[in-house]
Design a protein around this ligand. Structure first.
Ligand code: ADP
Ligand code: MG
Length: 286
């Protein structure tokens, strides 16, 4: 019977770390046309590491300490990478920390206003033309570059790289063989997004704000069923908007609560496993 096939599909999933919240979710997953992936924490490990510190004024050690003071208290993965690299000891006095969502952070360090942000946002107040080539080279290596500014003076470029999950490339190839279109959606810049996406053999849309991701999901839905997979609080609206929202295990509770399914193993392969489980289950019913 239908309920029996669905129940056994859901429990077969649970045994393999694929948590499916009900029959409709199980049914829908197998017939999605497009799967949109958040990049950070979903396709990548979310263990970003500082790879390059380029001081434009002062020493490497000094700019790193200032950068860490600005990022202190921010829960953004880029912030954690910078604080970790600098060490929490002997940071200059900083206050008035503010996040600029999707763009960066600001703080007052030793009485002077500082900012760390994407080059795009930084170039609204500072002249980065002399550093543009170096920024692009780092981005083409799949690194995210942020700029430290003191008022409108650039003090440093900091490059951070988050490695793709070990199974991501194979999992994307598997999805393609199942006839599904896999697209990366990222707030990161175009060059970094393209470098990572092309290494995984998938399409990408970059430089997206949370509302852009939502709009893209809506547009994709005009052409067929869409699944979205993400891990963060900022992914929750897109998870809710998609036909099937999938939370990556190890992500935030908000993503888990909003999603129709969750991958308890921290692997990308779980997505194609879900798809195959759904198709098998629905095949048993027909
Ligand atoms: P994603 O979609 O990859 O999770 P976000 O929307 O969180 O990215 O951030 C987009 C961009 O904004 C980052 O790539 C970075 O350039 C900048 N940014 C956001 N928060 C910070 C921060 N705390 N420190 C430095 N840069 C930041
Ligand atoms: Mg994320």
């Amino acid at each position: 019977s239908v309920p029996a096939a669905v129940t056994s599909g859901i429990s077969a999933g649970a045994r393999r770390g694929l948590l499916i919240k009900g029959g409709l979710a199980l049914e829908n997953i197998g017939s999605v046309k497009t799967i949109a992936f958040d990049k950070t924490g979903t396709l990548t490990e979310n263990k970003p590491q500082v790879t390059d510190v380029v001081p434009l004024e002062g020493t490497e050690e000094n700019v790193l300490k200032i950068a860490a003071a600005v990022e202190q208290g921010s829960s953004h993965p880029l912030a954690k990478a910078i604080v970790q690299k600098a060490g929490a000891a002997n940071l200059p006095e900083a206050r008035d920390h503010k996040a600029i969502p999707g763009k960066g952070v600001t703080a007052t360090v030793q009485g002077v206003s500082h900012q760390i942000s994407s080059p795009k946002h930084a170039s609204k107040t500072a002249d980065l033309s002399q550093h543009q080539k170096q920024i692009e080279t780092l981005e083409e290596q799949g690194k995210t570059v942020v700029v430290l500014l003191r008022e409108n003076t650039p003090l440093a470029l900091i490059a951070i790289r988050d490695e793709p999950r070990g199974d991501a490339k194979e999992a994307i190839a598997k999805l393609r063989s199942l006839g599904v279109n896999a697209v990366m959606l990222t707030g990161d810049n175009r060059r970094t997004g393209h470098a990572i996406a092309s290494s995984l053999g998938m399409e990408v849309q970059a430089e997206l704000l949370p509302e852009d991701k939502l709009r893209i999901i809506r547009e994709m839905k005009q052409h067929g069923k869409v699944a979205m997979i993400g891990d963060g609080i900022n992914d929750a609206p897109a998870l809710a908007e998609s036909d099937v929202g999938i939370a990556m295990g190890g992500g935030t509770d908000v993503a888990l609560e909003t999603a129709d399914a969750a991958l308890l193993g921290h692997n990308v392969r779980g997505v194609s496993d879900l798809l195959q489980l759904s198709r098998q289950t629905m095949g048993n019913i027909k």
